[in-house]
Write a protein that binds this ligand. Structure first.
Ligand code: ZN
Length: 177
């Protein structure tokens, strides 16, 4: 677990110096949930923070610096140290955690039957439809004016993938900056 202390911060700064990386001017350009990326059950997939080597990171903060050649993928506390604001990093992470909870519960919400082979739900004021095409067992999801027939780059062939694809349209991860 990443846990803030002066020693921990000193270790992170030492690492940045060893890389020849700037000590300030870092900002978060994107966040993601590793479990979400790999579609595996929660708490099964974790990744490693590139700054402190902590191996139990689930929510990745992608940190960028205009004076450094590559992005650095880190956990919450390291992100806070890099951007000089632990609270902002924690708030950002809480936002993503809450979204992860909404996403997990989304497929089991009360879907209604709009017509044969079409389910719908109202979510955050938006009408969402999942249509099944039995002739080839494919699904299309619709949210407002957006439609999607793929999930993670593959045609949707089951309800769960359709529901997640719909959720990603209806409740996207907001651009951090
Ligand atoms: Zn870290």
């Amino acid at each position: 677990m990443e846990e803030y202390s002066e020693q921990y911060k000193a270790k992170c700064i030492k690492r940045l110096k060893a890389w020849g990386a700037p000590l300030d001017g870092w900002y978060c350009t994107q966040m993601y949930d590793v479990a979400d990326e790999k579609d595996l059950p929660d708490d099964v997939v974790l990744t490693t923070c590139e700054l402190c080597d902590c191996a139990s990171v689930r929510y990745v903060h992608v940190m960028r610096n205009n004076h450094y050649f590559e992005d650095v993928r880190v956990g919450c506390i390291c992100a806070g140290i890099m951007e000089g604001d632990i609270l902002t990093a924690k708030e950002r992470e809480n936002g993503l955690k809450n979204r992860a909870r909404r996403r997990r519960n989304f497929p089991t919400r009360k879907w209604r039957i709009a017509r044969h082979n079409v389910l719908y739900i109202t979510y955050h004021g938006q009408a969402i439809y999942i249509s099944k095409y039995p002739h080839d067992n494919s699904y299309v999801v619709q949210c407002g004016r957006q439609t999607e027939c793929q999930y993670k780059g593959r045609p949707i062939d089951n309800f769960l993938s359709a529901a997640y694809a719909a959720f990603d349209l209806a409740d996207p991860i907001h651009e951090v900056r």
